[in-house]
Ligand binder design. Structure first.
Ligand SMILES: Nc1ncnc2c1ncn2[C@@H]1O[C@H](COP(=O)(O)OP(=O)(O)OP(=O)(O)O)[C@@H](O)[C@H]1O
Length: 765
């Protein structure tokens, strides 16, 4: 065991257990009281009807507040209190998932929220630097029952025998690490380690990069940091929300429960591919296409593609109008285009200027023709002595009418659309990738012919995740004019509100005439009203509004597996976070995406120069030492200078390896399932073998069949890696991929070879 049980532990004692049970039971009673108060507050608020619009708004705010409080109080039920600190000065504090106070005793804290500054010694105090703490106690509960206490005495004698990983609460930590995995990540609030705590509580401003090998808790730390920031900077963050970006939806499902279990719901979890409202990116790019689409130079290509849609005709364009023909000459169009471009506005907004210029020219032609028609057959009357010529035959109203007619004319609109079309990002990108000519014109020297060939595809193709940052870029270049949609949405909201108010009004009137004995309408409609208000409330949370609004900017952005993002992904994310208050967690050694990065400075330089701070995590909590020995051989192939993080555990079980022909995969997986005794098993193989493996893998909820990309960020009790040599060969970052695959297991790892090319790796097992 690498995990030693130092510092010194006090023997567990039943009196202590009973004492802690009393205290914990008191906390749960307090929690129940708080819940009841919140529930009563909510019911009372929902039962109120009528009143002024302001009173109704205030009610909505109170209902929101009460239901949020209720959700928070419910989320902390499991493990409400998990720690106790005894200080040398005789003081004692309890640490838990939220703060509880004694209203009858000057609001003395009964339980400290783990995020409160006063709770920090629970995570940071060590025997060498005890911060006044004499004893740290981990309290383990099952439902509301105290089942185990783990004590550490922090004094200098134990500091000398302390282990070099500097772990706190080792017994509790070990218990957490050894537990079976369920397929959903759990919070680590009771056993956060000092190096993790420092990152979680780092200040809100600027860009913080957390670099750490597999299993070092980067994801856990990122999520706890979100909860910490929302607690500490609530005023600043609750309006704009926090965005957490993950690599794929499987990963988002895996981490989805962590923040709610910490009482936080106002966080948007999303992949980059989900950040363009209205676009569902279900298509899959080839590796080459994904890499090319991720390049920064695509921003220039897209800007050029937009300019390419601002045309000047080669010859005079004849525009049928009102029974005659108007002509648009290249010089006029050139002038109009230069003026429109000169505004530096996005394409769709600059179009207005282009149209005005063209209308001025066409309008003049139309007016002249109108005058000619007007005076046709009327003899010229010579001017009298001193009389001036009539400067304007048509007045401003006539001109306005002509403009309106031009605007309404389909032929004029068709001409304008051929020169400066109104464009959506979707239309432009679809037409760009479907046309070799347009793509060649837009890319100039930026892409070679063969690179362009990778991007070409039929117009009806599905969107892919790598298209999303391109659509986002185009939305900026084109200027999506969603004023009408916004107005429609606001109108809809007003109508819904008016309808609800109408219903309430009718109910109130009804109540006046209904017999007292009969159930009052409000008595039976509570639930419905509640649901309706809940719906309206959820529409108003920052996370929900952010999901619908492409231009939403977040108070803080957290990116997990940040090494996988392409330069174009970063452009999108930076737009969502102009304050550059960001936490990026990742591992350069695990980069698998073709457009992913191998240097944090390369990623961040364009946005913040060198003004970002780096923190490192060095301890691997997931993967036992035996497995890391094997993974180290794969990492050495990525870069001999890279080191694997130190494992906290040994299991005594070495990874096994065998050739595929020796035994069918099905029986190997069955064997692993019994070995992990009800835990989870993943079979990770190259994409090209997935169909074949699907037939060979048992149909069981506890077994997952995944590519390396899909397995990124996840963990399982047992892992079987199939055809490692094919994983390595199938991508330029093959060794990184294999490293990721080998580090997913918490207990057991098996490798099934198809060939023997990776003998050096086998030899290191
Ligand atoms: N302080 C801790 N207490 C208990 N468990 C922990 C602690 N830190 C990390 N873990 C556990 O270790 C495992 C690995 O954590 P996590 O997935 O956050 O690592 P990671 O650095 O994101 O890994 P990867 O780079 O492979 O995705 C998880 O099961 C997590 O709950």
């Amino acid at each position: 065991m690498l995990l030693s049980l130092s510092p010194e532990r006090e023997p567990e004692n039943t009196t202590d257990l009973a004492g802690e049970q009393d205290y914990v039971s008191m906390l749960y009673r307090k929690l129940d009281d708080e819940r009841e108060t919140a529930q009563l507050g909510l019911t009372g608020t929902l039962n109120q009807t009528g009143g002024t619009p302001q009173a109704r708004t205030e009610r909505d705010v109170s209902a929101t507040m009460y239901s949020e409080r209720l959700a928070q109080l419910t989320s902390v039920e499991q493990g409400l209190c998990f720690g106790r600190l005894d200080f040398h000065d005789g003081q004692t504090t309890y640490v838990g998932r939220l703060g509880l106070f004694d209203a009858d005793n000057d609001y003395e804290p009964l339980l400290l929220d783990w995020r409160a500054p006063a709770a920090r010694p629970f995570y940071l105090a060590t025997a060498a630097s005890p911060e006044g703490v004499r004893r740290r106690r981990h309290i383990r509960t099952l439902s509301r029952k105290v089942v185990e206490l783990d004590d550490e005495i922090l004094d200098l004698s134990s500091a000398e025998s302390g282990d070099n990983l500097g772990l706190a609460g080792e017994a509790a930590l070990l218990a957490a690490l050894e537990r079976r995995r369920t397929g959903e990540m759990s919070d680590i609030v009771a056993t956060i380690q000092a190096e993790q705590d420092r990152i979680i509580r780092d200040g809100l401003g600027g860009v913080l990069v957390v670099q750490g090998g597999p299993g070092t808790g980067k994801t856990a730390v990122a999520l706890h940091r979100a909860a910490y920031l929302l607690y500490t900077y609530r005023e600043q963050l609750s309006g704009r929300g926090v965005l957490v970006v993950g690599p794929n939806s499987t990963f988002l499902r895996y981490i989805g429960q962590v923040l709610p279990s910490l009482g936080e719901t106002d966080v948007l979890l999303s992949t980059v591919g989900q950040l363009f409202p209205g676009v569902l990116a279900t298509g899959v790019d080839t590796r080459e296409a994904a890499e090319i689409k991720g390049r920064a130079v695509l921003a220039d290509v897209l800007a050029e593609a937009v300019r390419d849609r601002q045309q000047v005709p080669e010859g005079v364009l004849e525009v049928p109008f009102d029974g005659g023909v108007l002509s648009l000459d290249p010089a006029t169009c050139e002038r109009a285009r230069a003026k429109a471009r000169g505004t530096l506005r996005p394409h769709n907004l600059a179009r207005r200027v282009f149209v005005e210029e063209v209308f001025a020219d066409l309008g003049e032609q139309a007016a002249r023709r109108f005058e000619v028609d007007l005076f046709e057959g009327v003899p010229d009357i010579p001017l009298q002595e001193g009389e001036k010529p009539d400067a304007e035959v048509l007045d401003a109203r006539d001109h306005a009418e002509i403009h309106a007619e031009l605007a309404a004319s389909e032929t004029v609109q068709a001409a304008l659309d051929s020169l400066w079309p109104k464009l959506t990002p979707q239309r432009l990108l679809r037409e760009l990738f479907a046309s070799p000519e347009r793509l060649a014109a837009a890319s100039g020297q930026a892409l070679t012919e063969s690179e362009r060939a990778h991007l070409l595809r039929p117009a009806q193709s599905r969107w892919t995740p790598a298209d999303v940052p391109l659509l986002d870029e185009l939305a900026e270049l084109l200027g999506v004019d969603d004023i009408e949609q916004r107005a429609a949405r606001e109108r809809r909201e007003r109508e819904e509100r008016a309808y609800a108010e109408g219903v309430l009004h009718i109910l109130e009137q009804d109540e006046e005439i209904i017999d007292e004995e009969v159930l009052r309408v409000a008595d039976v409609l509570d639930a419905e009203l509640f649901a309706e208000r809940q719906q309206r409330r959820s529409e108003l949370t920052a996370a929900e509004r952010a999901r619908r609004d492409r231009r939403w900017t977040f108070g803080h952005v957290i990116v997990d597996e940040a090494q996988e993002l392409s330069p174009m992904d970063w452009r999108l994310l930076m737009r969502r976070c102009p304050s550059r208050s960001m936490t990026l967690v990742g591992d350069i050694a695990q980069t698998g995406a073709p457009a992913g990065s191998s240097s944090w400075q390369d990623v961040l330089g364009p946005y913040v120069a060198d003004r970002w701070r780096l923190r490192e995590l060095t301890v691997n909590y997931r993967t036992p030492a035996e497995i890391m020995g094997l993974a180290a051989a794969a990492l050495a192939r990525v870069d001999p200078a890279l080191r694997v993080p130190t494992s906290v555990r040994e299991t005594g079980v070495s990874p096994w390896q065998q050739r595929i022909s020796t035994e069918p995969i099905l029986s190997l997986v069955d064997r692993e399932m019994s070995a992990v005794d009800g835990g989870t098993v993943a079979v990770i193989g190259p994409a090209s073998r997935l169909a074949e493996l699907r037939e060979a893998v048992p149909d069981d909820d506890r077994v997952s069949l995944l590519t390396v990309g899909e397995a990124k960020g996840l963990e399982f009790d047992g892992v079987v890696v199939v055809a490692p040599e094919e994983i390595v060969a199938s991508s330029p970052r093959g060794w990184n991929d294999l490293y990721v695959a080998l580090t997913r297991a918490t207990r057991r790892l098996g490798i099934v070879y198809t060939r023997a090319e990776l003998a050096p790796l086998v030899g290191t097992g």
